[in-house]
Design a protein around this ligand. Sequence first.
Ligand code: ADP
Length: 401
Amino acid sequence: MTATRVLVLNSGSSSVKYQLLDMRDSSRLAVGLVERIGEETSRLVHTPLAGGGDERRERSGPIADHDAALKAVADELAHDGLGLDSPELAAIGHRVVHGGLRFSAPTVITDEVLAEVERLVPVAPLHNPANITGIRTAQALRPDLPQVAVFDTAFHTTMPEAAARYAIDVETADAHRIRRYGFHGTSHSYVSRATARLLGKDPSEVNVIVLHLGNGASASAVAGGRCVETSMGLTPLEGLVMGTRSGDIDPAVTFHLKRVAGMSTDEIDALLNKKSGLVGLCGDNDMREIRRRVEEGDERARLAFDIYVHRLKKYIGAYYAVLGRVDALAFTAGVGENAAPVREAAIAGLEGLGLAVDAGLNAARSGEARLISPAGARVAVAVVPTDEELEIARQTFELVK
Ligand code: ADP
């Protein structure tokens, strides 16, 4: 029997999301999530999807750490006959947020690779430590199994220096590895290729602008399959307006908050990462709720929506200029896939660039990749559901099979 299953793990600071896939047909065998790890109110939600499994199961009660979380996941999988000891499991694929400049492709994890991911903690203090914990825990559970790191930054390592460097003192930048790395790379890679497929083209033939609009949000410009520009930078704070992050601001705002408002570095960090963006502007970060308030005539929600869309439009224009020729623009992730009013407003007035949205197509709901531009439009506008877990599984399996 050949091993064709891949377990995908996305370990956050207090959560683990997982999916078990069978790469013969890319089908999902089980999906789940452990949240609030380390608290009294931890919760595991597990859904078996194949092989005569039961319905969705939920477990509440304290799960002390990632080790306990992964053991609980292993128990749930074993209950469905999908245990981690199965000879059908080919590898575990880990989402790793920051791979720096070194990792431009998925990588089999060795001690040396793990040490390098550890060296990157200062540039990804919120994410890499949790990813490392997830990897160590999985290694302890199945020491014999290949573990693969798939990096959020990898797709962006093709950015030219002109796009990747900040215009600051070069020695200081290099000494502290300060440059634009970009994130959400697995999604930008998957969606740009899926968009090419939707057009019946090879990725090498098309230039695509991808707008990944989830709770975190980022844009990328992809020329012939290679990323040439993206909106997130040293950290995922730069760029678009997000659920709780400010995106672009004048860096002098931080000195001002320090000198004039007397805020500490940590307070400013929390303000810009957690209390800004849509939530800072109107108190809500869920686009559904914001749209509901806009429909009711709520002024703050309207302003938040307008600022969000204005920033998007600026990036569309900028990336159009970076690419020179644009074949398609793709919306993806929670907001991009579901919020027709955001898509409509972001594209409104861009007919001069060959960009337009057909109202009927835009309003139609579907879980499939689809075009929403009018027939014969110069630039295709598409909605392309992202699937980061499938992409991580695919890249992992390619490497180990
Ligand atoms: P992340 O993975 O970054 O947490 P997602 O890509 O799942 O985020 O996106 C989550 C966001 O998508 C929610 O915060 C919400 O704003 C938005 N969203 C989800 N469903 C809808 C919908 N039907 N209409 C509008 N926005 C939606």
